[in-house]
Every structure is written in C-alpha cells, then in structure tokens.
Design a protein around this ligand. Structure first.
Ligand SMILES: [Zn+2]
Ligand SMILES: [Zn+2]
Length: 209
C-alpha cells in the first residue's frame, strides 16, 4: 500500500482522500519524469483546478510530494475546474496527469461524502470513515487512479527572479521593482497607484533588469 508521510497530513490540516490523491499524482509525475522532489525551483505545476468546487485539497498533496510549492512560486492554477495537472521539469519536458472518471465515480458513494454533503467538515467525520476512504486511494494502482500523458515537447518559461527593490515614493514601503507603477511621475507601489494588480505578475517594463 502506498504510504503518505504523517507530516503531509499535518501540513494539510485534516485527513481527507484528495490530499493523498494529489500526493500520489505528484509522486507519479516525478517517477515518469525521472526526477526527485525539488529542493529549489525545478518542478513547475500547472493545476487545472478552480475555486468553489471540491478536491482542491489535491493541490496540497502535489506540493507536499513534489516540493513545487506556492511559496516557491512553483504552482499556479489554470481555473479549468478539472482534477488534473501538468508537471514541467527543466530538461525533462512535461506530463499531464488526470484523475480517472471511473475512480472518482467509485469513491462517490462512500460514506465520507454523505457527511460532506451534510456540510460536515473533514476533521469532524469519524476517523474510521476517513481512514477507509484514504485506504482506498492508497491501495489503488496508478492505472486505476490516473490517465497519464507524456508531453516531451511541453514548453514552459519560468519568470526570472530578481532581488531588486525600491521604496514606494508615497508609502515608503519596499516593493520589488517589477511591481512598481508610475503615478504623477512617482514610482509607487500598486496600492498607492490605485491600479489593479495584473494577473500573473505583470511588471512595469521600464524596471526590468
Ligand atoms: Zn483535504
Ligand atoms: Zn506605496
């Protein structure tokens, strides 16, 4: 049976089946790409999940197994509302892994979801019910869980990091230069500019380095 380290459940905060599904998805991606957990900024993950639907817990599992964390800027969401993700690793190309409909359907009648649909949070569901559904995930084979597609030509260009920062001329707080805006001839931060932050870290080209 597949093993998930206890710390991953502690990090996630509760015991549910979706964090383990993500943990296994990330583990399989690393196996297929022949890489290890990323110590620095190697693996990038494009999660197809959105907001306001179940199974988002999967992404904590992906982060835990691959090291491609939110804090390191290595996972982003595509907002497709699908239980799938593409993993990209430098020099290795990509792989897309999606949860099989058949596996999702096989979990659906489980008692765990009867509690969830009544609005009961995972941490309040009886331990034996939670452990039973988690064991179903851990006992399944990769083939039962996932559709896998290797994407050897998948291209991804990570943003180049920069340590350059400047004081906002209005509030005086430091701001990393790619986020500076110009207002009334002053270099200011986004809140002081009154502008909307652009998606995906749009930066003011004049301050690129
Ligand atoms: Zn969860
Ligand atoms: Zn400011």
């Amino acid at each position: 049976m597949f093993q998930i380290p206890d710390w991953a459940f502690e990090f996630h905060g509760h015991k549910c089946p979706f964090m383990p599904i993500g943990y296994r998805m990330g583990t399989l991606a690393m196996q297929k790409l022949r890489v290890n957990k990323s110590p620095n900024h190697e693996m990038h993950v494009l999660s197809e999940m959105g907001v306001g639907h179940p199974q988002g817990c999967m992404q904590d599992g992906i982060m835990a197994s691959t090291g491609a964390t939110f804090g390191k800027g290595l996972i982003e969401k595509l907002y497709y509302g699908k239980v799938a993700a593409t993993f990209w690793y430098p020099e290795k190309g990509g792989i897309r892994i999606a949860l099989k409909n058949e596996f999702a359907d096989s979990l659906a009648p489980h008692e765990f979801f009867k509690f969830r649909k009544k609005g009961i949070q995972p941490s309040e569901i009886p331990e034996d019910v939670r452990q039973d559904i988690i064991n179903r995930v851990l006992k399944a084979t990769d083939e039962e869980l996932f559709n896998v597609k290797m994407l050897p030509d998948f291209k991804y260009t990570p943003l180049k990091g920069s340590f350059n920062k400047t004081k906002c001329e209005v509030c005086g707080e430091y701001v990393f230069e790619r986020y500076l805006r110009i207002k009334d001839g002053k270099k200011v931060c986004i809140p002081c500019s009154g502008q909307e932050p652009a998606e995906k870290g749009f930066y003011y080209p004049g301050f690129e380095n």
